[in-house]
Design a protein around this ligand. Structure first.
Ligand SMILES: [Zn+2]
Ligand SMILES: [Zn+2]
Length: 437
């Protein structure tokens, strides 16, 4: 049995907002820097991308597809009639073609140039039945995000509510950037399902591709072996989920759907003379000051979940009513069964990471993640210390210190869980708060 790092949800230039320079060659460059062994192809149902993948991928004796030194799983994301995004893995090109022709009558964009993520007018159970009948595996994508996800606000609260009688055919659940195992294992209905942590990358940049990945124990990097691992059979398994600290994700906390300000709570500085909470508004945040933070937050979350809170910033500036919506952390708080995670025995550890590019950016005090200085330092670290994953997780701190004291300091804090973040929300990524000593 060997260990493989796999990022199983990416896209192609045939999905909107995807880098035009994304292809297998540019992806492979990033895989080498990061230490990724298996990638999803992304958008495999889109005719041009399917043709491209077919021309590049070779199938070896064990049934695994590869291009140069990276292995690929044929993969797509599909939006169903309930606006739930699903990740799909296919065993081979015959299965891809079969599903493509079965979906054609149900989708207006699947054969189009922008059909990378096809939209189909099938209910979640209908879609699950259709793809699994053709030998593919399926599960909900970025399950808790406020848009296009199974557990979004005012939508489903359990897996069976969504998939009904077909729930047993669901092979996995993808956590998404703003969730991790500690959050998702507060829900009883997820205890028997394997979690995937994938990047959903729209670009080949080292900050995007592989920002989340799964470490598998497999005999070989084929679809059949991944299936065994997701079913936890014959010793195949996921041994590690690795992903962004959820606070760095784009949808961790509550936000206004219109102005995209995030809602945060702070302790009232002065002794409160009134039981009423006070509010302040800045460009990015609505800050609510309260003396009893937990109670104020919990009450507010309940009211937001009932669609009862309008954005004070939009009301003041535009005289308009826009609702505050739950982020991933609060949505889980509302629909979970426990205050604390209860991990089933099969659940692998989850490591919260920060992309190394962002560590470098923070140390250099540079905002742009495409800055030449940042990329030069990033490449220099990779060339001397090893892959990004080994630098973040395994390389001894004294080795990193020899290269850069400050970078070593952040990685040390990351490994011991001592980093503070400004949480992301409403489409803005969280940021790392760090004082260089
Ligand atoms: Zn999606
Ligand atoms: Zn607003």
């Amino acid at each position: 049995m060997d260990s493989f790092n796999a990022d199983l949800h990416v896209h192609s230039p045939h999905s909107i907002a995807v880098s035009k320079s994304l292809d297998f060659d540019t992806m492979i460059e990033t895989c080498k820097k990061k230490g990724l062994n298996i990638l999803g192809t992304g958008d495999i149902l889109q005719p041009k991308w399917l043709k491209y993948a077919k021309s590049k991928l070779e199938k070896n004796g064990s049934g695994a597809y590869s291009y140069k030194e990276v292995n690929f799983i044929l993969q797509s994301e599909i939006e169903d009639a309930d606006s739930v995004h699903e990740v799909v893995f296919f065993p081979d090109f015959d299965s891809v073609r079969e599903v493509q022709s079965k979906l054609k009558p149900h989708s207006s964009n699947i054969m189009g140039d922008w059909g990378g993520r096809p939209i189909v007018n099938l209910s979640p159970p209908e879609l699950v039945d259709l793809v699994t009948d053709s030998g593919a595996m399926i599960g909900p994508a970025h399950a808790f995000t406020p848009f296009k996800a199974i557990f979004r606000q005012n939508k489903f609260e359990t897996l069976s509510e969504c998939y009904q009688d077909s729930v047993s055919k669901i092979s996995f659940l993808e956590l998404g950037l703003s969730a991790n195992t500690d959050l998702a294992d507060k829900m009883d209905c997820l205890k028997n399902i394997s979690f995937l942590s994938n990047s959903d990358a729209h670009s080949q940049s080292a900050r995007s591709l592989g920002r989340e990945f799964n470490r598998f124990d497999l005999d070989n990097p084929s679809f059949d072996e991944i299936r065994l691992a997701l079913e936890r059979k014959d010793g195949r398994k996921i041994t590690l989920n690795v992903g962004l600290d959820p606070k760095l994700g784009k949808y961790y906390i509550m936000f206004c759907n219109n102005c995209r300000r995030r809602v945060v709570f702070e302790t009232q500085k002065k002794a409160a003379t009134s039981i009423l909470n006070t509010t302040s508004i800045s460009d990015d945040f609505i800050t609510i000051y309260a003396s009893d933070l937990k109670k104020a937050h919990d009450d507010y979350v309940i009211n937001v979940s009932k669609n009862k809170i309008t954005c004070p910033a939009c009301a003041e500036e535009l005289n308009k009513k826009h609702k505050i919506r739950l982020g991933v952390s609060e949505r889980i708080q509302v629909i979970s069964d426990h205050d604390h995670p209860i991990h089933p025995n099969h659940r692998p550890p989850y490591i919260n990471i920060i992309p190394l590019v962002d560590v470098v950016r923070t140390v250099k005090g540079i905002k742009s993640h495409t800055s030449k200085t940042v990329l030069k330092t990033y490449n220099d670290l990779i060339n001397t210390l090893g892959t990004e994953f080994s630098i973040l997780i395994d390389v001894p701190l004294k080795e990193i210190k020899k290269k850069d004291e400050n970078i070593a300091q952040i990685i040390s804090a990351l490994r011991s869980g001592e980093i503070e973040y400004t949480p992301g929300g409403g489409g803005s990524y969280g940021e790392l708060k760090f004082e260089i000593e």
